[in-house]
Design a protein around this ligand. Structure first.
Ligand code: ZN
Ligand code: ZN
Length: 349
């Protein structure tokens, strides 16, 4: 009994001491809090260093229920920040990890499914509010012109208000705009759509029929390369354009899970859900499809993304990649939101 009384008194005394300390140092604590908060609006510079090509997997989930962000990959090379797709949650994620948005050189959209572009208005707007001083080029298949006109119309009033409040020297509406870059290719064609300071982006078609055109992108810099599949069934054209890449980011859905989930939905009378799940399985890749493409292309590393279901524990991760190592001999990774992959550049001789 005495022991309990003593402990209680000691805790009360400690609480009181903390209270007095906090009261005396309130201003200092508030300053510390403000400093901590304002760190969030300074940009990180480590990822921009020129010694490497970097891939950041900002969003890694497919459009099934998940806490993860939807599709988005950032590639940084020679101080250029390039964004590939911008699905739900990814504009905020880019901000949260303090990527220098004013330095975004261009955005590339693979296809017009919302899990690949729904955060585009937010990225356009926030990169401008945070200091972008150039119109932002946005590349993608048709009808990009119509879609960007809609986004510009949606943002125009808000941008006017910002300029009025902060002044034209801080937020100039003319710098908020986008430059539409429509990509036309078909079949096994490919096209260099971006070429700046030695960083080259090539677009090529993948097979996401009936969603057409659907594009994949290859980014080359100083003999190193990253390939992003976009959404696709197993695609021979992707294997051709991924030849010898250092990293292939390939979409993957665990088809056994998707089909079983569809069956369970059907059995419980959820016919609509079952049809939607079966439909998804029709125009995406399984992990084994990705492994076969990676092997054919001879890529150095395979990263699976656009994951469904999102494998969140060792058992589901094992289930997801089961049998892949019998098909593809290189390293296989399951991407997570915010992973950074670094490809060191060869030193100049
Ligand atoms: Zn899609
Ligand atoms: Zn998708």
């Amino acid at each position: 009994m005495k022991k309990i009384l003593f402990t209680t008194l000691a805790l009360i005394l400690l609480g009181a001491l903390i209270g007095v300390f906090a009261f005396i140092n309130a201003d200092k604590l508030i300053d510390r809090y403000i400093e901590g908060q304002s760190e969030g609006i300074t940009f990180r510079t480590d990822v921009m260093e020129g010694d490497a090509m970097r891939l950041i997997t900002i969003g890694t989930s497919a459009p099934l229920p998940s806490d993860r962000n939807q599709s988005c990959n950032v590639v940084i090379a020679n101080g250029q920040l390039l964004v590939f797709d911008i699905g739900r949650g990814t504009a905020q994620a880019i901000e949260r990890i303090r990527l220098p948005q004013p330095l975004i050189e261009a955005v590339f959209i693979t296809h017009w499914h919302s899990d690949h572009f729904v955060d585009l208005p937010q990225l356009i707007n926030r990169s401008w509010q945070l200091g972008r001083k150039h119109p932002l080029p946005v590349f993608g298949p048709e009808p990009i012109d119509t879609i960007l006109r809609g986004i510009n119309a949606m943002l125009s009033k808000e941008q006017q208000f910002r300029q009025e409040v902060h002044g034209v020297s801080i937020m100039d509406v003319s710098e908020a705009s986008v430059i539409t870059q429509e990509i036309h290719i078909s079949g096994d064609q490919s096209k260099v759509v971006y070429d700046k300071g030695g960083v080259r982006v090539t677009a090529f078609e993948v097979d996401h029929h009936p969603v057409s055109p659907a594009l994949g992108y290859r980014i080359d810099y100083q003999g190193k390369s990253i390939v992003i599949s976009g959404d696709t069934r197993r695609s021979e054209n992707l294997a051709t354009h991924a030849k010898g890449a250092d990293i292939l980011v390939h979409e993957a859905m665990q088809m056994d899970f998707i089909r079983r989930a569809a069956q369970l939905q059907k059995e419980s009378g959820e016919e609509r859900n079952a049809i939607m799940l079966e439909g998804m399985a029709e125009y995406h890749s399984s992990p084994m499809d990705a492994a076969e493409v990676a092997q054919r292309a001879g890529v150095k590393k395979l990263i699976l993304s656009h994951l469904a279901p999102v494998p969140e524990n060792p058992i589901s991760r094992r289930f997801f990649t089961k049998g892949m190592d019998e098909v593809y001999s290189g390293p296989i990774l399951l991407a997570e939101d915010g992973d950074i992959f670094i490809i060191k550049l060869n030193k100049a001789k």
